[in-house]
Write a protein that binds this ligand. Structure first.
Ligand SMILES: [Zn+2]
Length: 307
Protein backbone atom coordinates (compact mmCIF):
# COMPACT_ATOMS: atom_id res chain seq x y z
CA UNK A 1 0.00 0.00 0.00
CA UNK A 2 1.13 3.52 -0.82
CA UNK A 3 2.51 5.45 2.12
CA UNK A 4 0.28 8.47 2.46
CA UNK A 5 1.29 11.87 3.71
CA UNK A 6 -1.24 12.21 6.54
CA UNK A 7 -1.14 16.01 6.35
CA UNK A 8 -3.02 15.96 3.04
CA UNK A 9 -6.69 15.24 2.39
CA UNK A 10 -7.66 12.09 0.54
CA UNK A 11 -10.43 10.69 -1.60
CA UNK A 12 -10.81 7.35 -3.40
CA UNK A 13 -8.76 6.50 -6.46
CA UNK A 14 -11.90 5.22 -8.22
CA UNK A 15 -15.60 4.50 -7.74
CA UNK A 16 -16.76 1.66 -5.51
CA UNK A 17 -20.10 -0.14 -5.79
CA UNK A 18 -21.62 -2.38 -3.12
CA UNK A 19 -24.96 -4.17 -2.95
CA UNK A 20 -26.66 -5.63 0.10
CA UNK A 21 -29.79 -5.56 2.24
CA UNK A 22 -31.20 -2.74 4.35
CA UNK A 23 -31.41 -4.04 7.90
CA UNK A 24 -34.68 -2.23 8.69
CA UNK A 25 -36.47 -2.46 5.33
CA UNK A 26 -35.17 -5.90 4.37
CA UNK A 27 -35.00 -4.49 0.79
CA UNK A 28 -31.99 -4.76 -1.53
CA UNK A 29 -29.91 -1.58 -1.81
CA UNK A 30 -26.91 -0.51 -3.87
CA UNK A 31 -24.44 2.24 -2.99
CA UNK A 32 -21.90 3.85 -5.28
CA UNK A 33 -19.06 5.66 -3.55
CA UNK A 34 -17.69 8.35 -5.86
CA UNK A 35 -14.38 10.22 -5.42
CA UNK A 36 -14.85 13.88 -4.41
CA UNK A 37 -12.78 17.10 -4.37
CA UNK A 38 -10.96 18.43 -1.32
CA UNK A 39 -13.19 20.06 1.32
CA UNK A 40 -16.29 18.19 0.10
CA UNK A 41 -16.26 15.97 3.18
CA UNK A 42 -18.44 12.86 3.16
CA UNK A 43 -21.87 13.37 1.57
CA UNK A 44 -24.82 11.05 0.96
CA UNK A 45 -27.30 11.41 -1.90
CA UNK A 46 -30.54 9.50 -2.52
CA UNK A 47 -30.76 8.59 -6.22
CA UNK A 48 -34.00 6.55 -6.16
CA UNK A 49 -36.70 8.57 -7.90
CA UNK A 50 -35.60 12.19 -8.31
CA UNK A 51 -31.98 12.61 -7.23
CA UNK A 52 -31.88 14.35 -3.86
CA UNK A 53 -29.42 16.87 -2.42
CA UNK A 54 -25.91 15.74 -1.41
CA UNK A 55 -26.38 15.68 2.37
CA UNK A 56 -23.21 16.43 4.37
CA UNK A 57 -22.48 13.68 6.90
CA UNK A 58 -22.22 16.07 9.83
CA UNK A 59 -24.12 16.28 13.12
CA UNK A 60 -26.35 19.11 11.84
CA UNK A 61 -27.86 16.65 9.29
CA UNK A 62 -28.76 13.99 11.88
CA UNK A 63 -32.49 13.22 11.97
CA UNK A 64 -32.60 10.21 14.33
CA UNK A 65 -30.34 8.05 16.48
CA UNK A 66 -32.75 5.46 17.90
CA UNK A 67 -31.98 2.28 15.94
CA UNK A 68 -29.14 3.61 13.82
CA UNK A 69 -27.64 6.96 12.90
CA UNK A 70 -29.85 8.58 10.28
CA UNK A 71 -29.40 11.73 8.20
CA UNK A 72 -32.10 13.78 6.47
CA UNK A 73 -31.75 16.04 3.45
CA UNK A 74 -33.47 19.35 2.75
CA UNK A 75 -36.04 17.36 0.71
CA UNK A 76 -37.03 15.46 3.88
CA UNK A 77 -35.78 12.10 2.63
CA UNK A 78 -33.71 10.14 5.11
CA UNK A 79 -30.56 8.03 4.83
CA UNK A 80 -30.19 5.48 7.62
CA UNK A 81 -27.55 3.16 9.08
CA UNK A 82 -24.63 5.32 7.97
CA UNK A 83 -22.44 4.59 11.00
CA UNK A 84 -20.42 1.59 9.80
CA UNK A 85 -19.48 3.18 6.47
CA UNK A 86 -18.68 6.44 8.29
CA UNK A 87 -16.41 4.44 10.61
CA UNK A 88 -14.67 2.91 7.58
CA UNK A 89 -14.04 6.36 6.06
CA UNK A 90 -12.68 7.75 9.33
CA UNK A 91 -10.78 4.60 10.21
CA UNK A 92 -8.98 4.48 6.87
CA UNK A 93 -8.51 8.26 6.67
CA UNK A 94 -10.79 9.00 3.70
CA UNK A 95 -11.83 12.66 3.93
CA UNK A 96 -13.86 13.23 0.78
CA UNK A 97 -16.45 11.04 -0.99
CA UNK A 98 -20.00 11.15 -2.31
CA UNK A 99 -22.15 8.11 -1.47
CA UNK A 100 -25.06 7.60 -3.85
CA UNK A 101 -27.77 5.31 -2.55
CA UNK A 102 -30.90 3.91 -4.22
CA UNK A 103 -32.99 3.56 -1.07
CA UNK A 104 -33.54 4.81 2.50
CA UNK A 105 -30.71 3.00 4.25
CA UNK A 106 -27.23 1.65 3.67
CA UNK A 107 -26.73 -2.08 3.18
CA UNK A 108 -25.97 -3.82 6.49
CA UNK A 109 -23.50 -6.27 4.84
CA UNK A 110 -22.35 -8.68 7.61
CA UNK A 111 -23.18 -6.20 10.41
CA UNK A 112 -19.62 -4.88 10.55
CA UNK A 113 -17.47 -2.52 8.45
CA UNK A 114 -15.40 -5.37 6.93
CA UNK A 115 -16.91 -5.30 3.43
CA UNK A 116 -16.70 -1.51 3.23
CA UNK A 117 -13.07 -1.56 4.30
CA UNK A 118 -12.21 -4.30 1.82
CA UNK A 119 -13.80 -2.49 -1.14
CA UNK A 120 -12.37 0.90 -0.18
CA UNK A 121 -8.90 -0.58 0.13
CA UNK A 122 -9.15 -2.35 -3.22
CA UNK A 123 -10.12 0.99 -4.80
CA UNK A 124 -7.24 2.68 -3.00
CA UNK A 125 -6.80 6.15 -1.55
CA UNK A 126 -5.96 9.15 -3.69
CA UNK A 127 -4.03 12.00 -2.03
CA UNK A 128 -5.26 15.53 -2.74
CA UNK A 129 -3.16 18.70 -2.69
CA UNK A 130 -5.15 20.39 0.07
CA UNK A 131 -4.00 20.27 3.69
CA UNK A 132 -6.07 18.11 6.01
CA UNK A 133 -7.52 19.79 9.09
CA UNK A 134 -8.29 18.23 12.42
CA UNK A 135 -10.42 19.22 15.38
CA UNK A 136 -8.38 19.62 18.53
CA UNK A 137 -10.27 19.33 21.81
CA UNK A 138 -9.30 22.23 24.12
CA UNK A 139 -11.47 21.58 27.20
CA UNK A 140 -13.23 18.56 28.71
CA UNK A 141 -16.81 18.17 27.48
CA UNK A 142 -19.16 15.73 29.17
CA UNK A 143 -22.64 14.36 28.47
CA UNK A 144 -24.75 12.00 30.54
CA UNK A 145 -27.99 10.18 29.96
CA UNK A 146 -29.69 7.44 31.98
CA UNK A 147 -26.53 6.03 33.52
CA UNK A 148 -24.51 6.39 30.31
CA UNK A 149 -21.61 8.84 30.33
CA UNK A 150 -19.35 10.20 27.60
CA UNK A 151 -16.58 12.74 27.66
CA UNK A 152 -14.11 14.30 25.26
CA UNK A 153 -10.78 15.32 26.74
CA UNK A 154 -7.73 17.10 25.31
CA UNK A 155 -5.23 14.54 24.01
CA UNK A 156 -2.45 14.57 21.40
CA UNK A 157 -3.77 11.54 19.49
CA UNK A 158 -7.22 10.46 18.32
CA UNK A 159 -7.92 8.05 21.20
CA UNK A 160 -10.95 6.02 22.32
CA UNK A 161 -11.70 4.35 25.65
CA UNK A 162 -14.98 2.47 25.42
CA UNK A 163 -16.73 0.48 28.12
CA UNK A 164 -20.00 -1.44 28.12
CA UNK A 165 -21.83 -3.17 30.94
CA UNK A 166 -24.59 -5.66 30.22
CA UNK A 167 -24.62 -7.11 33.73
CA UNK A 168 -26.39 -10.43 34.04
CA UNK A 169 -25.91 -11.36 30.38
CA UNK A 170 -23.14 -13.28 28.68
CA UNK A 171 -21.70 -9.94 27.46
CA UNK A 172 -21.09 -8.69 30.99
CA UNK A 173 -18.58 -5.86 31.35
CA UNK A 174 -16.09 -5.24 28.52
CA UNK A 175 -13.70 -2.38 27.81
CA UNK A 176 -11.15 -1.44 25.20
CA UNK A 177 -8.78 1.47 24.69
CA UNK A 178 -6.87 2.37 21.53
CA UNK A 179 -5.28 5.14 19.52
CA UNK A 180 -7.18 5.27 16.22
CA UNK A 181 -4.94 4.51 13.24
CA UNK A 182 -5.80 2.75 9.96
CA UNK A 183 -3.92 -0.35 11.13
CA UNK A 184 -5.76 -0.57 14.45
CA UNK A 185 -9.08 0.12 12.78
CA UNK A 186 -8.57 -2.58 10.16
CA UNK A 187 -7.30 -5.20 12.58
CA UNK A 188 -9.21 -4.59 15.80
CA UNK A 189 -12.53 -2.91 14.89
CA UNK A 190 -13.60 -3.33 11.28
CA UNK A 191 -14.79 -6.94 11.58
CA UNK A 192 -16.76 -6.53 14.82
CA UNK A 193 -20.45 -7.16 14.14
CA UNK A 194 -23.52 -5.51 15.58
CA UNK A 195 -25.35 -7.52 18.21
CA UNK A 196 -28.76 -7.84 19.79
CA UNK A 197 -30.81 -9.82 22.23
CA UNK A 198 -33.37 -12.14 20.66
CA UNK A 199 -36.29 -10.69 22.67
CA UNK A 200 -35.39 -7.19 21.46
CA UNK A 201 -35.16 -8.28 17.83
CA UNK A 202 -38.54 -10.03 18.15
CA UNK A 203 -40.05 -6.81 19.54
CA UNK A 204 -38.58 -4.86 16.59
CA UNK A 205 -39.93 -7.42 14.11
CA UNK A 206 -43.41 -7.04 15.70
CA UNK A 207 -43.19 -3.27 15.06
CA UNK A 208 -42.08 -3.80 11.47
CA UNK A 209 -38.42 -2.90 12.05
CA UNK A 210 -35.26 -4.96 11.60
CA UNK A 211 -36.90 -6.95 8.78
CA UNK A 212 -33.53 -7.59 7.19
CA UNK A 213 -31.91 -8.59 10.48
CA UNK A 214 -30.63 -12.15 10.63
CA UNK A 215 -27.73 -14.25 11.87
CA UNK A 216 -25.96 -13.25 8.63
CA UNK A 217 -25.62 -9.66 9.85
CA UNK A 218 -25.76 -9.65 13.65
CA UNK A 219 -24.63 -11.60 16.67
CA UNK A 220 -27.86 -12.72 18.36
CA UNK A 221 -27.98 -13.51 22.07
CA UNK A 222 -30.72 -15.54 23.76
CA UNK A 223 -30.23 -15.80 27.53
CA UNK A 224 -26.74 -17.17 28.02
CA UNK A 225 -26.43 -18.50 24.47
CA UNK A 226 -25.10 -17.06 21.21
CA UNK A 227 -27.42 -18.25 18.44
CA UNK A 228 -24.90 -17.84 15.59
CA UNK A 229 -23.43 -21.27 14.85
CA UNK A 230 -20.03 -19.69 14.12
CA UNK A 231 -19.95 -17.95 17.52
CA UNK A 232 -18.18 -14.62 18.00
CA UNK A 233 -15.09 -13.34 16.16
CA UNK A 234 -13.54 -12.21 19.47
CA UNK A 235 -14.71 -12.86 23.04
CA UNK A 236 -15.11 -9.07 23.31
CA UNK A 237 -16.63 -8.52 19.85
CA UNK A 238 -19.43 -6.56 21.57
CA UNK A 239 -17.28 -3.72 22.91
CA UNK A 240 -15.29 -3.69 19.68
CA UNK A 241 -18.53 -3.07 17.79
CA UNK A 242 -19.48 -0.26 20.21
CA UNK A 243 -16.05 1.25 19.51
CA UNK A 244 -16.67 0.93 15.75
CA UNK A 245 -20.00 2.75 16.16
CA UNK A 246 -18.29 5.47 18.21
CA UNK A 247 -15.66 6.04 15.50
CA UNK A 248 -18.44 6.35 12.89
CA UNK A 249 -20.64 8.63 14.99
CA UNK A 250 -17.79 10.93 16.03
CA UNK A 251 -16.90 11.33 12.35
CA UNK A 252 -20.06 13.49 12.26
CA UNK A 253 -17.86 16.22 13.74
CA UNK A 254 -16.68 16.63 10.13
CA UNK A 255 -12.98 16.28 11.05
CA UNK A 256 -10.80 13.70 12.72
CA UNK A 257 -10.73 14.57 16.42
CA UNK A 258 -7.46 15.11 18.27
CA UNK A 259 -8.72 14.13 21.67
CA UNK A 260 -9.68 11.28 23.93
CA UNK A 261 -13.25 10.01 23.64
CA UNK A 262 -14.33 8.08 26.68
CA UNK A 263 -17.74 6.44 26.83
CA UNK A 264 -19.44 4.15 29.31
CA UNK A 265 -22.67 2.30 28.37
CA UNK A 266 -22.99 4.56 25.34
CA UNK A 267 -24.67 4.22 21.97
CA UNK A 268 -25.60 6.26 18.91
CA UNK A 269 -27.69 8.74 20.93
CA UNK A 270 -24.91 9.47 23.42
CA UNK A 271 -22.26 9.74 20.67
CA UNK A 272 -24.44 12.26 18.84
CA UNK A 273 -25.13 14.23 22.04
CA UNK A 274 -21.37 14.35 22.58
CA UNK A 275 -20.70 15.88 19.16
CA UNK A 276 -23.55 18.35 19.68
CA UNK A 277 -22.19 19.36 23.09
CA UNK A 278 -18.70 19.77 21.61
CA UNK A 279 -19.97 22.29 19.06
CA UNK A 280 -22.27 24.05 21.55
CA UNK A 281 -19.31 26.19 22.71
CA UNK A 282 -16.61 27.30 20.28
CA UNK A 283 -14.18 27.49 23.22
CA UNK A 284 -14.29 23.66 23.40
CA UNK A 285 -12.18 23.15 20.27
CA UNK A 286 -10.06 24.62 17.51
CA UNK A 287 -9.57 23.50 13.91
CA UNK A 288 -5.87 22.93 13.23
CA UNK A 289 -3.81 21.75 10.24
CA UNK A 290 -2.97 18.05 10.43
CA UNK A 291 0.65 17.38 11.46
CA UNK A 292 2.98 17.18 8.46
CA UNK A 293 4.69 14.01 9.64
CA UNK A 294 2.89 10.70 9.32
CA UNK A 295 1.78 9.40 12.70
CA UNK A 296 3.55 6.17 13.64
CA UNK A 297 1.45 3.03 13.61
CA UNK A 298 0.96 2.32 17.27
CA UNK A 299 0.01 -1.13 18.51
CA UNK A 300 -3.57 -1.63 19.58
CA UNK A 301 -3.87 -1.21 23.27
CA UNK A 302 -6.68 -3.61 23.83
CA UNK A 303 -7.61 -4.80 27.23
CA UNK A 304 -10.46 -6.94 28.30
CA UNK A 305 -12.14 -6.78 31.67
CA UNK A 306 -13.69 -9.82 33.33
CA UNK A 307 -16.49 -11.11 31.10
ZN1 LIG B 1 -23.22 -0.60 14.72
Amino acid sequence: MVHLDTSRQTTLAREVELTGTGVHSGAPVTITIVPADADTGIRFRRIDGTAGPAVPAVWQSVAATELCTMLAGSDGRTIGTIEHLMAAFRGLGIDNALVEIDGPELPIMDGSAADFVEELEIAGLYPLATRRRMLRVLKPVRVESKGAVAELLPHDMPRFEIEIDFAGTLIGKQAMAFNLTPGVFRKELARARTFGFLHEVEALWAMGYARGSSLDNAVAIDGDRILNPEGTRWADEFVRHKALDAVGDLALAGHAILGLYRSSKGGHRLNYEMVKALFADSANYEIVPAPAVAAPELPAQVRELAV
